[in-house]
Design a protein around this ligand. Structure first.
Ligand code: PLP
Ligand code: COI
Length: 336
């Protein structure tokens, strides 16, 4: 395909015509193969359809001007996929097998990788296929592992437009022990509150702050920057440990920011927002500036309401490494 043709398509809506696939049955994985992207035959009694035994990952490959292709922090995403599989008691693919499936697919899809600032979004998906509707408390002993690929640009329509976010202090994004697991049910659980917030307040996203503690949004982590300090919630099982979050904290330290990871509450966040910056981090979101926080119907402007200079600086530092314009000092890129 000519990927630039799809530059205005919504994030993830265009797939390459090839996918990688492997199946698990009788205690063993099949050889992985590359197939034409298309429907799979799935039994309506399949475990994942009834009991939600399904998890996924999302990360990106970048093509440089010299034609070389580099995948960002694949090892961390593969490790997180294993962690999700374990939590859902799904058959765990060997990390080397999944890595091989991804690199083979990327190699076969070279012509579909957009030029920067586009990228090829990689989406491994693992789901339980055991056909047994009684297996509510029994793990799926059969599974499918697929890797899809999608040429992508901005996740948030409007590019670097500052986001408007609803502060939600009552609803939870997901069950507290599952935040760390990248499973579809968490996104289904966040969908209702997110759509309701969009309708009622015209916001882009919901920042979940159960019990008043600032956590994360439906598809990205949350961080604040003020006076040379970067503040974000400390890791626990209640939210997804973003690879972008981790990368930004490393880069922030490199750039001389003080990095603080701790629990903080909505009141403190709104205090920071008066003179500081707020942003969402994620593979899809990259680092997207927040311009407004809406709490109980009242809008609070973050800084001057635009995407702040520190947010831009950190985003640029990250993107420069991903796109090969700055040296990969931390060994985050895998060349394909
Ligand atoms: N939190 C949630 C709920 C997400 O879906 C994502 C995206 O994957 C993130 C955080 C950010 O994670 P990462 O930076 O690894 O993409
Ligand atoms: C990602 O950043 O990879 C995400 O998970 C966002 C996705 C839900 C579109």
């Amino acid at each position: 395909m000519n990927p630039s043709r799809h530059q205005n398509a919504p994030f993830g809506s265009i797939l390459t015509d090839k996918m990688a696939i492997a199946t698990y049955r009788d205690g063993a994985w099949s050889e992985a193969e590359i197939r034409v992207t298309g429907p799979l035959e799935i039994h309506p009694a399949a475990h994942a359809l009834h009991y939600g035994s399904s998890c996924f990952e999302g990360f990106k490959a970048y093509r440089r001007a010299d034609g070389s292709v580099h995948i960002f922090r694949m090892d961390r995403h593969v490790a997180r996929m294993m962690q999700s599989a374990r939590a859902l008691v799904l058959p765990e693919p060997d990390p080397a097998r999944l890595t091989q499936m991804v690199t083979t697919l990327v190699d076969r899809c070279r012509g579909d990788i957009p030029d920067a600032p586009g990228a090829l979004y990689l989406r491994p998906l693992l789901f339980g296929t055991l056909p047994n509707i009684g297996a509510a408390a029994t793990p799926s002993t059969e599974a499918v592992l697929v890797v899809l690929a999608s040429p992508v640009w901005d996740y948030f329509a409007g590019g670097m437009k500052p986001l408007k976010i609803l502060v939600e202090e009552h609803a939870q994004r997901c069950a507290p022990h599952l935040g760390v697991v990248k499973t579809g049910g968490n996104y289904a659980a966040a969908m209702g509150p997110t759509l309701a917030a969009r309708k009622a307040h015209g916001v882009d996203q919901v920042l979940f702050c159960p019990g008043g503690e600032v956590q994360e949004t439906g598809a990205a982590n949350f961080l604040m920057i003020r006076d040379g300090e970067l503040l974000t919630r400390s890791l626990d099982s209640s939210f997804l440990h973003g690879v972008t979050r981790d990368s930004l904290l490393v880069l922030a330290r490199d750039l001389g920011y003080r990095v603080t990871e701790r629990v903080f509450r909505v009141d403190e966040m709104l205090q920071w927002a008066q003179t500081g910056e707020a942003a969402l981090s994620g593979t899809a979101a990259v680092l997207a500036g927040v311009g407004t926080l809406v709490r109980e119907g009242v809008s609070h402007q973050v800084g001057d309401g635009s995407v702040g200079p520190e947010t831009r600086k950190l985003r640029e530092a990250l993107v420069a490494i991903q796109q090969g314009e700055a040296p990969d000092r931390h060994g985050w890129l895998t060349r394909v």
